[in-house]
Ligand binder design. Structure first.
Ligand code: T4K
Length: 385
């Protein structure tokens, strides 16, 4: 926690809705005797989300966290594409390396071997040219593609739908940081896409609850299957027709999510203003090129420093009371578990992960805080250069 408002800044202070200020809603929850298994708050949240974020179009199902949502979405789409039979020669899953471990861990639970993609140097989204090359060479060996909407930036989902249609390869969208991200035309990221788009509602995200996730798609059948799979694979008649596990959201989290949803627009706007201020304050750094209006969980910046200088900057800033992290360093292909994956050329990922910093960003930071942090960062930069 920040102690003494202008002096020390933690990297992140999660801000889920304050349950103790919503005691009446909590009492209602207890009185209903529904604590999980798609109870009243869960269903209310799911309807409100589709109505308020997606203009009433499409479908969603809540999950206990986005990792489970990704696993279930991947399993469903692979079943649809390839049936129950093992995928045979299709043993590869394609993911970017510049992401959080969850994206590639999904592949592990499906028995797939990761093949890492580089990212675009401006948007930091997965490099479509590299994916095209991979598809041209090995499409028949690829069972799944998981593009990550990097830091909430907007992927071109039409392009990924076309890939899915052309090659018959399932595509599941890791939109962990995208709840609140909008396209230039005002639509929420994911709206109208027939792909499964998986959002995280983790405490560290802008849409903060405690642990939670949502899978959205315009494809009603897909969402129905994922919902049943999140409940042991049982259909409405309690017949087990699909593989399943327990990935249900609980009612306390659903209440948090419902409360958070009411405040989302304001929070997205506020964070965008803070990020714009960082960008103005720190002209030495390069920032991600935004497609549309991303919702920001952190403020990443490419320092263009050497790895050693970047690490020294982080130490120097910490000495002055500002905690900086480095999402995503190391990138996944350099993580011990994944380091035996077939080497791919990943120059943009390697350069960016060497020089990236992620600056503090949370709802309680005001302009004065952003200016104070920026001053510390600039002073640290002057020392390490
Ligand atoms: N795909 C991507 C691209 C993701 O980024 C993520 C999750 C997922 C998929 C999977 O989504 P979920 O299954 O989680 O729904 C945190 C989150 O745990 C993780 O959910 C998130 N991405 C990731 C980007 O951040 P860590 O290991 O970096 O968190 P940790 O414990 O180091 O905390 C970060 C900062 O927040 C620290 O400064 C401490 C502070 N903090 C954290 C928590 C949890 C608090 O002050 N209070 C808290 O309660 O992963």
């Amino acid at each position: 926690m920040s102690t003494g408002k202008r002096r020390r800044y933690s990297f992140l202070v999660p801000d889920p809705p304050v349950l103790s200020r919503n005691v009446r809603a909590l009492r209602r929850l207890e009185a209903s005797h529904w604590f999980t298994n798609f109870g009243p708050y869960t269903r209310q949240f799911e309807s409100a989300l589709v109505r308020d974020l997606f203009g009433g179009s499409g479908h969603c199902t809540t999950v206990a966290n986005a990792t489970l949502g990704l696993i279930l979405a991947a399993k469903t789409t692979m079943l649809r594409a390839f049936g129950r039979a093992p995928a045979g020669l299709r043993t590869l899953g394609v993911v970017p390396s510049f992401t959080f471990p969850a994206t590639a861990q999904v592949l592990e639970w499906l028995g797939l071997t990761p093949r890492f993609l580089d990212i675009d140097p401006l948007t930091w989204l997965p490099d479509r040219g590299a994916l095209e090359k991979m598809l041209a060479k090995s499409a028949s060996r690829i069972a799944l593609i998981i593009p990550y909407a990097t830091f909430g930036n907007n992927l071109d989902l039409d392009w990924y739908e076309a890939v899915h249609e052309r090659f018959g390869i399932p595509v599941v969208v890791d939109a962990a940081a995208s709840c609140g991200s909008r396209l230039d035309d005002g639509r929420h990221f994911g709206q109208s896409s027939s792909l499964p788009v998986v959002f995280s509602l983790h405490a560290t995200k802008l849409f903060a609850t405690s642990e939670g996730g949502v899978v959205y798609s315009a494809d009603a059948g897909l969402i129905r299957s994922i919902r049943e799979m999140s409940n042991f694979g049982m259909d409405n008649d309690r017949r087990v027709t699909l593989p399943g596990l327990n990935a249900k959201m609980n009612e306390v989290t659903a209440l948090q999510a419902l409360l958070k949803l009411r405040d989302l627009k304001r929070l997205v706007r506020r964070r965008s203003q803070r990020v714009a201020r960082y960008r103005r304050n720190l002209p030495e750094f390069h920032f991600q090129h935004a497609e549309g209006s991303p919702a920001f969980a952190f403020c990443p910046a490419d320092t263009r420093l050497s790895r050693e200088q970047r690490d020294a900057l982080i130490v120097e800033a910490a000495r002055k009371g500002v905690e900086i992290r480095k999402y995503y360093d190391p990138p996944l292909h350099r993580q011990p578990w994944f380091s035996s994956s077939k080497p791919q050329p990943l120059p943009v990922t390697e350069a960016l992960s060497d020089s990236i910093i992620t600056l503090p960003l949370y709802d309680s930071l005001d302009n004065e805080d952003i200016d104070a942090i920026s001053r510390v960062v600039r002073a640290a930069l002057a020392r390490v250069r």
